[in-house]
Write a new protein. Structure first.
Length: 262
């Protein structure tokens, strides 16, 4: 009997010990620090209508980043030089504390009074939000001209076979492609005059002289012009002409595409 009492005491002691060791869990619930309508966004042109713009989010308790269509500002206050004219909605994307949000501020740019790469206006036209449409500079039937051809991998204008001009245009020779900045870097491909649009996006890398297409294909990117990477070297880009080139086509050759505004 005495042994049973001792056993009970040991068991009771263990229960108390384990109970004392159980952690106390405190649940924290995220709450919003501010209402979305109270988030203060400001866009200030350095000069009246100029293309240098300071973007600022000044509301405490909010964290996020600026999305100004062609790039991102990772601080609450950032100054950018925008490369084209027009009216755009720049976005601030972030969190109020318990939920994510997105809010815009309109920016109007009337004059490019700070230096910018001319390739942007050449590609998109004067109204970048409306954008610009490009077609082949020739065809759509074989016409003896040089607008879609196999080229020397080290020389984009060194023709090895004038495919479209001689005999064999691409199936989308009568198509078109459209670039615009209507809220994003938008690229739209049409395989023919009455074809449905195929939407994607683009990146204009002026430093490396590359045009990058994502989510769809460019005009002529089939047959010999296939390019799964979507990266095209810019040979020439002016208001009236765009020449793109890949040095590594499917047959170990280069391939060159020549376009003009629609």
């Amino acid at each position: 009997m005495k042994n049973i009492k001792v056993l009970y005491l040991i068991l009771a002691s263990c229960v108390l010990t384990f109970s004392a060791c159980e952690p106390t869990v405190e649940e924290d619930h995220l709450v919003n620090n501010v209402k979305i309508e109270d988030v203060d966004l400001k866009a200030t042109n350095t000069t009246s209508g100029g293309n240098e713009v300071t973007l600022e989010m000044s509301t405490p308790g909010v964290t996020g980043y600026w999305d100004y269509v062609i790039g991102k500002g990772l601080t609450n206050r950032t100054t950018i030089v925008f490369p084209v004219t027009g009216t755009f909605n720049f976005k601030y994307k972030g969190t109020l504390g318990a939920e994510f949000f997105e809010k815009t501020v309109p920016v109007t740019i009337n004059v490019l009074d700070h230096p910018v790469p001319p390739e942007w206006t050449a590609l998109l036209g004067i109204d970048a939000a409306a954008g610009k449409t490009w077609v082949f500079d020739g065809g759509p039937s074989p016409d003896g001209r040089q607008w879609w051809f196999m080229s020397d991998p080290n020389n984009p204008m060194g023709i090895w076979w004038n495919a479209a001009g001689d005999c064999c245009p691409p199936s989308d020779a009568a198509g078109k492609m459209h670039f615009d900045l209507d809220g994003a870097l938008n690229f739209t491909y049409y395989s023919g005059p009455s074809a449905s649009p195929s939407a994607g996006s683009f990146e204009l890398n002026v430093k490396n002289q590359q045009l990058i297409v994502v989510g769809t294909k460019i005009l002529g990117a089939e047959g010999g012009g296939e390019n799964s990477s979507g990266i095209y070297n810019i040979v020439e880009l002016t208001e009236d002409k765009m020449v793109l080139f890949i040095p590594n086509g499917p047959w170990g050759t280069g391939w060159t595409y020549v376009y003009k505004p629609e």
